[in-house]
Design a protein around this ligand. Structure first.
Ligand SMILES: [Zn+2]
Length: 375
C-alpha cells in the first residue's frame, strides 16, 4: 500500500537539508511547502520568540474525509538533528542499511519519521483511505531537551491522543513510558591565591569540585533512576589556585519523587563538602519535562496494538530512559505513545537505519489511521 521507493527518496532528500538544533529555518520552510502542496493547512507557531531557535513548530492539519466522524489525533516528529549534522551525505548500502559517510550523523532521528508522515499522507490521498482529522506536529529543538515542544502553542492542537515516531527498537514495538528529567547546575566558589607563593591562602574550587564528585551518587541509582554530571568548566592559569568551577548535569527517573530525592541528595553533597573546605556552593535544578506511562487501558495503545497485530508486528510495549516530545504531549493531557522506527546508533556518526524499517513504519502508521476510524 505504501510506495517504498518514494518514502526512501523522501528520506534521502530530507536528510540532505541541514537542520541542526537551533538552525531549523530551511527545513521548516521545506516542510511547510511539502505539507501545503499535499493540501494540508499548515501553521508555524510563535514558539520561536520563546525558544530563540531557527523556526517555530509546524502544525499541519489533514481534515477528515467526508462522512467520517472520529476523534482528532496527532502524529509527532521533530525536524532538528544533533551535531555534526551539516552536509549529510546518505549512503544506501547493499545490505539494505542507510548510513552517513561517517563525518556526520545521518539524521534518521527523526527525519525517518518525517518521511513516513509525508508518505502516509500521499498514500491516504492516492488511495482515498477514509480517515478522521489528523494533526502532524513537527517540532523544532527536540534535541535541546524538548525545547520546541515545551513552547508549543497549544491553541493549535485539538488532538485527543497521539503517536510520536521517534524511538529506536524493532518496528511494531511501542514505547509507553519515559522518565522525568531535571537539569542540574552546580557552581563552586573558592578563593584565588598564587599557587607558588601563598597557596595556603587559597581555596581550590577544582579540588573542592573533585571532592564533591567523589562523594556524589551518580550513574545508575536504581532500576528507574539515573544521574550524571556531563560537563566540568573552570580554572585558568596553572599558577593560580582556581576560585570558580561550574558543573552541569542531570537526573532522571520514571518516578518524579525519586528525581526530587536525587536532586536533594546532590544538593546536600555540594553544601556539605563546601562547608568542610570553606568554599561556597550553589545548586540549581530545573525539571525539564515530566515522566509518562500510558496504560494498557488507554485507547491510544489499543489502537497501536490492533494495528500492529493486523500487520503481524509484535505490538510489544517498553519504557525508555530517554525523553521525547511524547513526554510533552502526555504532560498536556494528550495520551501519546512513541512508535519504534528501528534507527540505531543515533547521536553518533555511525547512525543507521534499514530501508525496510522506514517502509514498515509507514505501513504501521497507515494501519493506525485505519484502526482509528474503526475504533
Ligand atoms: Zn529524536
Amino acid at each position: 500500500m505504501i510506495n517504498p521507493n518514494r518514502v526512501i527518496q523522501q528520506f534521502l532528500e530530507l536528510v540532505q537539508i541541514d537542520s541542526e538544533t537551533k538552525h531549523e529555518r530551511q527545513i521548516a520552510d521545506v516542510l511547510t511547502h511539502k505539507f501545503t502542496a499535499l493540501g494540508l493547512e499548515v501553521v508555524e507557531d510563535n514558539s520561536q520568540a520563546e525558544t530563540g531557535h531557527g523556526a517555530g513548530n509546524l502544525i499541519a492539519t489533514l481534515k477528515a474525509s467526508e462522512g467520517v466522524s472520529a476523534d482528532p489525533f496527532l502524529f509527532s516528529c521533530h525536524m532538528d538533528t544533533v551535531t555534526p549534522g551539516k552536509g549529510v551525505k546518505p549512503i544506501v548500502g547493499e545490505d539494505g542499511w542507510i548510513r552517513s559517510d561517517g563525518t556526520t550523523v545521518l539524521g534518521a532521528d527523526d527525519k525517518a519519521g518525517v518521511a513516513v508522515l509525508l508518505e502516509l499522507i500521499e498514500t491516504i490521498q492516492e488511495q482515498q483511505i477514509p480517515h478522521g482529522p489528523i494533526q502532524f506536529v513537527i517540532s523544532v529543538g527536540e534535541e535541546s531537551s524538548l525545547r520546541g515542544a515545551r513552547a508549543l502553542e497549544t491553541k493549535y492542537i485539538n488532538a485527543k491522543f497521539g503517536f510520536a515516531i521517534d524511538t529506536g527498537g524493532e518496528v511494531g514495538t511501542i514505547c509507553v513510558g519515559a522518565p522525568t528529567q531535571a537539569s542540574v547546575k552546580i557552581e563552586i566558589f573558592g578563593k584565588a591565591a598564587h599557587a607558588g607563593v601563598n597557596p595556603e591562602d587559597g581555596i581550590s574550587a577544582i579540588q573542592v569540585a573533585g571532592k564533591v564528585l567523589a562523594r556524589m551518587n551518580l550513574g545508575r541509582i536504581d532500576h528507574e533512576t539515573t544521574a550524571n554530571i556531563g560537563r566540568f568548566e573552570g580554572g585558568g592559569a596553572t599558577n593560580i589556585v582556581p576560585d570558580h568551577v561550574i558543573l552541569y548535569g542531570e537526573a532522571r527517573s520514571m518516578s518524579p519523587e525519586k528525581v526530587e530525592k536525587q536532586l536533594g541528595e546532590m544538593k546536600e553533597t555540594v553544601e556539605a563538602v563546601c562547608r568542610d573546605y570553606g568554599a561556597k556552593g550553589e545548586f540549581q535544578s530545573d525539571v525539564l519535562y515530566r515522566a509518562f506511562r500510558v496504560s494498557e487501558e488507554d485507547a491510544v495503545l489499543k489502537i497501536a496494538q490492533k494495528a500492529a497485530s493486523a500487520l503481524g508486528l509484535s505490538g510489544t510495549t517498553f519504557t525508555t530512559g530517554g525523553g521525547s516530545d511524547a513526554n510533552v504531549f502526555n504532560g498536556l493531557g494528550i495520551p501519546t505513545v512513541n512508535l519504534a522506527i528501528g534507527y540505531e546508533d543515533i547521536h553518533t556518526t555511525k547512525e543507521k537505519i534499514k530501508q525496510d524499517d522506514i517502509v514498515k513504519t509507514a505501513e504501521f502508521a497507515l494501519e493506525i489511521v485505519r484502526q482509528s476510524v474503526t475504533a
